[in-house]
Write a protein that binds this ligand. Structure first.
Ligand SMILES: *Cc1c(COP(=O)(O)O)cnc(C)c1O
Length: 388
């Protein structure tokens, strides 16, 4: 049996002296919370994705919560999204006591199936949240066509998807609002962090105000001659602001975002070439219309060609000292959503079926050539030894 000496983690951030240098400047400056570094990160991020506004916050979950709030989502409203995603995508809908209306996924891309969106729309639909799963952009043209015909805004969950593009347009510049994650395992990280991009100044302003206690500082500028100590609370906001310490790390990460993505893409191509001849595996979807962010490398097992199931396959990887993961347990089979809405696994048959045969392999820029080769050797060995 092939085995690495050292355990290969499933994910690792790519951090070097550049983050430390940026953070040291912040610490030395004496200003450690939201300030000039956050402004700079917002400006550089907006420039890269081609958006008018970028609002930095402390997570993608916060970003999506604020985006829905800016749209005025209320109790009893509906938001159309995918069950094949992380907890955050639907929980932010529940924050408003609104209803996530799940739409099954496309069996190739595992992204929301645009052909099923229309029938999920009702007079209560306030937004559509597509998720670019694993960094593969959703086929946005049909989604936009349906959304604009019904006058429904789109909030993209781009937690996996920086940098990436769809038909030459950067993710972050396409829909009404786009939300990014800078969580520890994501494509760039600030430890914890997130970003909202939008061309709509009104929504941007609302997100900014609600990210910091619902405080408006503009009022005094417009209406009073009071000093800069004056502020007005216009709504019960949240505490979602990003710190300058985190933003400093983000600036260093932003500078190598494309290099890191190119490295992940190179790894994906190596995996694709090495696994192409194995009938036991289905390789991740890609498309000539997009630039994939390659946040995840998601394989699916052809169980009819294997004598072991997904759990055993993952166990075999672990025995060979290789970290793997599963993305995602569909939301509708989790106890909370199952019990609240009475879902059965087969209600979203593609999501349920594909989940049962999915495994994600390590793909990150810190991986050495030997790391990549060890993953290939292990996967090929497990697939061949358990061939049916
Ligand atoms: C990680 C993730 C989020 C949440 O990101 P945070 O920054 O951790 O809040 C949202 N959606 C998806 C699909 C994710 O994977």
């Amino acid at each position: 049996m092939s085995s690495r000496e050292q355990y290969l983690p499933f994910a690792l951030p790519d951090i070097d002296g550049s983050e430390l240098k940026e953070i040291s400047e912040v610490l030395a400056s004496g200003w450690v919370t939201t300030g000039p570094k956050v402004k700079q990160l917002e400006a550089e991020f907006a420039e890269i994705v081609g958006a008018r506004n970028a609002i930095a916050v402390n997570s993608c979950t916060a970003a999506m919560h604020l985006a829905l709030e800016a749209l005025g989502v209320k109790r009893g409203d509906e938001v159309v999204t995918t069950p094949y995603t992380f907890a955050a995508t639907a929980e932010v809908i529940r924050y408003f006591d609104a209803r996530p209306v799940f739409v099954d996924v496309d069996k190739q891309s595992l992204n929301i199936n645009p052909l099923l969106i229309e029938e999920a729309i009702t007079s209560r639909t306030r937004a559509i949240i597509p998720v670019h799963l694993g960094g593969l952009p959703v086929d946005m043209d049909p989604v936009q066509e349906i959304a604009s015909r019904h006058g429904i805004p789109i909030i993209e969950d781009a937690a996996h998807t920086f940098p990436a593009s769809y038909k030459g347009r950067q993710i972050g510049s396409i829909s009404e609002m786009t939300c990014f994650s800078f969580y520890a395992t994501k494509t760039i990280t600030t430890g914890e962090g997130g970003m909202i991009t939008t061309d709509n100044d009104g929504w941007a302003e609302r997100c900014r105000i609600m990210s910091l206690h619902g405080i408006s500082k503009d009022a005094w500028m417009r209406y009073t001659v009071e000093g800069n100590w004056y502020y007005e609370i216009i709504a019960p906001g949240y505490k979602y602001n990003m710190t300058d310490v985190a933003a400093a790390m983000g600036l260093a990460q932003l500078r190598k975002a494309h290099t890191m993505r190119d490295k992940r893409r190179a790894i994906a191509l190596q995996f694709n070439a090495a696994f192409a001849k194995l009938p036991q595996l289905e390789l991740p979807a890609d498309s000539p219309n997009v630039e994939h962010a390659w946040h995840l490398y998601m394989i699916r097992l052809h169980l009819d060609h294997l004598r072991i199931d997904r759990a055993a396959f993952a166990e075999e990887l672990k025995k060979r000292n290789i970290g793997a993961s599963v993305h995602f347990i569909p939301l509708h089979i989790h106890p909370y959503y199952r019990d609240l809405f009475g879902f059965k696994p087969e209600d979203f048959p593609v999501a349920y079926r594909e989940y049962q045969r999915e495994i994600s392999l390590p793909i990150y820029s810190k991986m050495s050539d030997d790391d990549v080769q060890s993953v290939i050797d292990a996967v090929v060995e497990i697939a061949e030894e358990n061939r049916r």
